[in-house]
Design a binder for this molecule. Structure first.
Ligand code: A2H
Length: 252
């Protein structure tokens, strides 16, 4: 963890009824996977959520009505930031693992796809963010490669019990970057010949290339701000998500 505090937008990805058995105790509540992102303006392109299969998660009471699924570490930080039903103290209703979350059907703010699914990603860190990541394969190299692995490897899907219909078949183009086109992550991963989600060094380079260019030179291809510069509309979209209650701010 860095010395500088990092501010994330937590996107509330709502778990759609009916709940699986393991989430039975949450019946009647609004339950969300809370995904930490630095790129709220990319939420139009969400195709799925990522969870760490062996990761430990819990369902925490955030308010009278809302429950967030995330790591205990994030729940504790949130409690200190006034997001807990019990002031300053995380309140866990159910302990979960990533395996329990794979296949959950979700509805996520701004996403073009009405229903998206929670799928396994093996490189998620549990000491960063919430341990839940929203997947935007058009613009995030990690997301593109994790999705590529699942699509290309039936054995990987079988290992984690992933049904074919949960895996998105299309990437949603959301931002144009003059140098990289409409699916920057795909282009850069192909150019750098990245083999899998575990290709750490090359992925770091891919992220560096897309992240900077996306912010400084990207324009929106979709949504309320189509044609506008990413740089200009990022804070506006972030503000709207917070104001509407579809996201909250979180620091660590
Ligand atoms: B970003 P930083 Cl479109 N483990 O959101 C691994 N990765 C995590 C994580 C965790 N525990 N928590 C968050 N992240 C991801 C969107 C996005 C992101 C786009 C492009 C780039 C990008 C959609 N995924 O991040 O280490 C989340 O993915 C590039 C780094 O705090 C979050 O933003 O800088 C980002 O990493 C936070 O990474």
């Amino acid at each position: 963890e860095g010395v500088q505090p990092q501010e994330y937008t937590l996107i509330k990805m709502e778990v759609v009824q009916p709940f699986p058995l393991k989430l039975g105790p949450l019946e009647g509540k609004r339950v969300f996977l809370a995904a930490a992102t630095l790129r709220p303006e990319t939420m139009y392109g969400q195709t799925n959520a990522w969870v760490l299969p062996d990761g430990k998660y819990g369902a925490y009471e955030i308010s009278e009505t809302d429950v967030f699924i995330l790591t205990k570490r994030a729940a504790l930080n949130l409690a200190y930031q006034n997001f807990s039903k019990i002031p300053q103290k995380p309140s866990c209703l159910v302990e979960l693992t990533g395996y329990d979350l794979i296949g959950l059907a979700l509805r996520s703010p701004l996403a073009v796809n009405e229903i998206i699914y929670a799928l396994p990603m093996l490189t998620i860190l549990t000491n960063k963010g919430t341990g839940i990541v929203t997947s935007v394969p058009s613009d995030a190299p990690d997301d593109y490669m994790a999705l590529h692995d699942l699509t290309a490897k039936p054995a990987l899907r079988a290992k984690y019990g992933v049904k074919d219909e949960w895996v998105p078949s299309e990437i949603v183009p959301i931002i144009n970057i003059p140098e990289f086109g409409d699916k920057a992550a795909e282009k850069v991963c192909l150019d750098l010949k990245i083999k899998s989600q575990n290709d750490k060094d090359k992925l770091a380079e891919a992220k560096r290339l897309t992240y900077l260019k996306g912010f400084t030179e990207g324009t929106m291809l979709i949504g309320e701000f189509v044609g506008r510069k990413v740089q200009e509309i990022k804070p506006i979209i972030k503000g709207k998500l917070i104001e509407s209650g579809e996201a909250i701010l979180y620091s660590e």
